[in-house]
Design a protein around this ligand. Structure first.
Ligand code: GLU
Length: 303
């Protein structure tokens, strides 16, 4: 099979029904993919099964359908992919790029320096491995290189992982694969060429680049779109139950999402999602998408 020239994806975590913030992410990745005649996949990011909410997956998929966003191929679910993540972790361990860590959050908080993304892990267990029977996470060793992401919206994002993050968790002590590893494995195995997602993940991208490099994977092109903030300044999240989308009036929600993305106003008379998309796809302009107001120092909260 020839690799796709453009294969994008929408990767919701099923922690609640779709809210306006996740609709914006879906709209941006869908419009960008279809504008470039690309494929668009849906991946359910439920690697952390404890956060999965019954029915959220069904409700998200129904919303996408009701809003006229048709995806290509089967829906992939991270909870069914544990064996793939295990295999990649084993490769990293075998190559001595990962080590076990039993440090508690509290210990790290009391000993580590604080970087823009939280505590910078000081490498304690790299030098003093925990006893073999201790419950432990796995950390990825980072190098001293400066990583540069050339984001299509934000521009150059530069991070020195060793100085700003430290060795980071790729398998949690409760046994769940960490978001950073799962997303890198999935983007590679699904042949994703373009990632369009929320700016809360901007500063996760250098860690993802690092993993891609160590594993010999391709690096997709990235575009981080502005988040939607609630009136109190917090990012909308599904777990808040905040701002659900208007299922009874999809075109209105699509217009609102389009507006949030800085796109030209859609004409009157687009009565259903199919009409909206027939107009919107050729009119999509990524260069009109505004910057997120906090994108330079937002802490990632997706693990
Ligand atoms: N699952 C993440 C979320 O719902 C998105 C991850 C990604 O796009 O890389 O926020």
């Amino acid at each position: 099979m020839n690799p796709a020239a453009y294969r994008g994806r929408f990767a919701p975590s099923p922690t609640g029904p779709m809210h306006f913030g996740s609709l914006v992410a879906a709209v941006a990745s869908y419009a960008d993919a279809r504008h470039q005649h690309g494929e668009w996949l849906v991946r359910i990011e439920d690697v952390d099964e404890t956060r999965r909410q019954a029915d959220a997956e069904r409700s998200i998929l129904q919303t996408l359908q009701a809003f006229g966003m048709q995806w290509d191929g089967p829906t992939v679910r991270q909870r069914e992919r544990g064996a793939l993540y295990d295999r990649v972790l084993a490769v990293l361990v075998e190559r001595r790029l990962a080590y076990r860590c039993s440090c508690s959050r509290r210990l790290i908080a009391s000993t580590a320096m604080l970087g823009s993304e939280g505590a910078i892990y000081p490498g304690t267990c790299r030098d003093h491995p925990p006893a073999p029977d201790t419950v432990a996470a796995w950390r990825m060793i980072v190098g001293r290189d400066t990583l540069v992401v050339d984001d299509r919206i934000v521009g150059e994002v530069v991070q020195d992982l060793a100085a700003e993050i430290g060795d980071f968790i790729i398998r949690r002590s409760d046994g769940f694969t960490a978001y950073q590893l799962a997303v890198v494995v999935d983007d590679q195995l699904q042949g994703i060429t373009h990632v369009v997602r929320g700016a809360d993940l901007l500063w996760s991208t250098p860690r993802q680049l690092w993993l891609q490099r160590q594993l010999g994977y391709a690096t997709p092109s990235y575009a981080h779109i502005p988040l939607v903030y609630a009136a109190d300044g917090h990012k909308l999240s599904k777990s808040d139950g905040a701002h659900p989308v208007r299922l009874h009036d999809p075109v209105r929600s699509l217009r609102e999402a389009w507006h949030h993305l800085g796109q030209p106003e859609a004409p009157n008379g687009l009565d259903n999602p199919a009409d909206f998309w027939a107009w919107a796809i050729p009119h999509w302009r990524l260069d009109q998408v505004p910057l997120d107001r906090n994108s330079t120092h937002e802490r990632p909260d997706t693990l």
